[in-house]
Design a protein. Structure first.
Length: 83
């Protein structure tokens, strides 16, 4: 049922999971920071609330990268039944 080179398939799948799980959160955190700085530039008086929201949203975006790492490790190290 499983191909002979199952090990190489898990290597590639793990690599793609890590790549996608790092690229998208990195872009989103950069975008969040950019928009927050624009908002602070327009209204410096609201910088406390903007910074608090920016840090919270950045942490939630970073959690996506951690989830991708967990999935990649599961793909890499959890054995397939029947192998």
């Amino acid at each position: 049922m499983w191909p002979e080179d199952y090990g190489s398939i898990t290597q590639v799948t793990t690599a793609f999971t890590i790549i996608l799980g790092v690229i998208f959160p990195a872009f989103s955190i950069g975008w969040i920071g950019s928009k927050a700085m624009e908002a602070i530039g327009r209204n410096p008086g609201a910088s406390d609330g903007i910074m608090t929201s920016m840090i919270l949203i950045g942490a939630l975006a970073e959690a996506i990268a951690i989830y991708a790492l967990v999935v990649a490790l599961a793909i890499k190290f959890v054995p397939v039944p029947g192998m």
